[in-house]
Design a protein around this ligand. Structure first.
Ligand SMILES: [Cu+2]
Length: 64
């Protein structure tokens, strides 16, 4: 499982956008994105690089 902190995920619309961006790469992915904790947990066969790029392209920033 991958886990990222995305501080600019502000509301449930943001988490939906992030989930859609990840599912565009891997439709079988499981995404838990919580705007309160800012945590995105992803179960996917896609590479971490691809997932990070998808989140960034959707307009969100991952803080490590
Ligand atoms: Cu939002």
């Amino acid at each position: 499982m991958m886990q990222f902190k995305v501080p600019n995920m502000a509301c449930s619309a943001c988490s939906d956008t992030i989930a859609q961006a990840i599912k565009a790469i891997d439709p079988a992915a499981t995404v838990q994105a919580d705007p309160k904790t800012k945590l995105v947990e992803i179960e996917t066969q896609a590479s971490e690089t691809a997932i990070r790029a998808a989140i960034a392209t959707a307009g969100y920033t991952i803080s490590d």
